[in-house]
Design a binder for this molecule. Structure first.
Ligand code: COA
Length: 314
C-alpha cells in the first residue's frame, strides 16, 4: 500500500544519503521495521528483508520498493532461529545487491502472559526469536559490515562516500523497571541489549557501531495490538502515563534509525536509544485498570482482549 513520505520520515534528511548502500533487516515486513527500511530506501538505499511468512515477506519487499523508482528490495524467507538460514540470507543479499552496509535485528515475538501461564516452550520461543535471533543476525552480517566500514571509514570527519558498517538491535524497555506479564520478553530483551554492547566493544575497533533502539508504544503497530487494549478508556489511561501525552509514530522510530545510520550518528556506539516519549520512567508494575496489579495475578485469570492472547488448544 503506498504510504506518504511524511508518515515514515521527517522532512529533515537529505535524499541520497544512503545511495547504493544496502540494509539487511530481519522481521522487515513488520509494522515498525518496514518503516525503518522504507525510510532507508527512500533516502537512496536498497534492502533485503527477512521473515518467516513467505507471502508477508515478499509483499512487504515489493511494497517498500515502491517508495523510490529503481529501488531494489528483496524478500528472503528465513527464520532467525536458524543460523544456517541467516547465513544463507546474508550471503544472498550481498551477492544480489553487492554488499551489506547496515543491519537491523528486528525480528521479535511477544504476547502477554503471567508466569503461571507461561510454559517452558513459550519462554524458550521468545528467547529463541529475540535473543538467539539477534545473535544469529549479528553473526551473519558482521563479516559484510566489516567490509563496508573498510570502504566507508568512520573517521568522524565528513564522509564523502557516506557511512557503512552499522547495526541496530530493536529492543524494549520492559526490563528497565520491571513489567508484569513480560517475564519472557524482559529476559530476552535484556540479553539483546547486551549482545549490542558486545558488538560495540568487539567490533568498534573495526569502525563498526552497534546500538539499540527501544521503541515505546507506537500507534498502529502489531506490537500495540498484541500488548494493549484498544477501548477508549484503556487508550486514554495508557497515553496519560506517557510524559509527552501521546503514543509515538512509526516515523519517530524511522528518524532515530536514519540518525544512527547517518554521518550524524558516527560517534554513537554501544548506546540504547529509547524512543518512547519518556514512557518507561512512569510505567512498570502499574498496569492500569485493565490488568490491575496485584489483583490480576491473584485471580489466576488469562489475558484476554488483545490480539496476542493465548490460543486455546481445544
Ligand atoms: N500466552 C501464553 N503462551 C503462549 C501465548 C500466549 N499468548 N502465545 C503462544 N504461547 C505459547 C504456545 O502455547 C507455545 O507453548 P506450548 O507448546 O507450551 O503450548 C509456545 O508459546 C510457542 O507458540 P507457537 O505458536 O508454537 O510459536 P510460533 O513460533 O508459531 O510463534 C510467537 C511465536 C508465540 C512469539 C507468536 O506470537 C508470533 O509468531 N509472534 C510474531 C509476531 C510478534 O509477536 N511480533 C512482536 C510484536 S511486539
Amino acid at each position: 500500500m503506498p504510504v506518504s513520505r511524511e508518515t515514515f520520515l521527517s522532512n529533515v534528511w537529505r535524499d541520497g544519503i544512503f545511495k547504493d548502500k544496502v540494509l539487511f533487516c530481519t522481521g522487515g515486513a513488520g509494522t515498525i521495521c518496514s518503516m525503518q527500511v522504507r525510510a532507508f530506501v527512500a533516502l537512496g538505499g536498497n534492502a533485503c528483508i527477512t521473515g518467516r511468512n513467505p507471502e508477508k515477506t515478499e509483499k512487504g519487499a515489493a511494497d517498500i520498493a515502491s517508495v523510490r523508482p529503481g529501488a531494489k528490495v528483496i524478500g528472503i524467507v528465513a527464520d532467525v532461529r536458524d543460523m544456517k538460514a541467516m547465513d544463507a540470507a546474508a550471503e544472498r543479499c550481498a551477492a544480489e545487491l553487492g554488499s551489506i552496509d547496515f543491519a537491523i535485528a528486528g525480528a521479535a515475538g511477544n504476547f502477554l502472559a503471567p508466569m503461571s501461564q507461561l510454559s517452558s516452550n513459550a519462554f524458550k520461543t521468545v528467547m529463541e526469536i529475540d535473543t538467539l535471533g539477534s545473535f544469529h543476525t549479528a553473526k551473519a552480517v558482521l563479516p559484510y559490515l566489516v567490509q563496508s566500514v573498510q570502504k566507508h571509514k568512520n573517521s568522524g570527519k565528513a564522509q564523502p562516500t557516506g557511512t557503512g558498517g552499522r547495526i541496530i538491535f530493536i529492543s524494549a524497555s520492559f526490563h528497565f523497571r520491571g513489567q508484569p506479564l513480560q517475564a519472557h520478553v524482559m529476559a530476552a530483551k535484556a540479553a539483546v541489549d547486551q549482545i549490542s554492547s558486545s558488538v560495540a566493544m568487539e567490533y568498534g575497533p573495526h569502525g563498526i557501531t552497534s546500538n539499540v533502539i527501544t521503541p515505546g508504544p507506537i500507534a498502529g503497530t502489531e506490537g500495540m495490538e498484541r500488548l494493549s487494549k484498544s477501548d477508549e478508556r484503556s487508550v486514554k489511561e495508557s497515553k496519560a502515563k506517557i510524559p509527552v501525552g501521546r503514543w509515538g509514530e512509526v516515523k519517530e522510530i524511522a528518524d532515530a534509525t536514519v540518525f544512527l545510520f547517518s554521518e550524524a550518528g558516527s560517534y554513537v556506539n554501544g548506546h540504547v536509544l529509547v524512543v518512547d516519549g519518556g514512557q518507561w520512567r512512569t510505567t512498570g508494575a502499574d498496569m492500569g485498570s485493565t490488568w490491575r496489579y496485584p489483583d490480576f495475578f491473584l485471580s489466576g485469570a488469562a489475558v484476554e482482549g488483545v490480539k496476542g492472547g493465548k490460543k486455546s488448544k481445544l
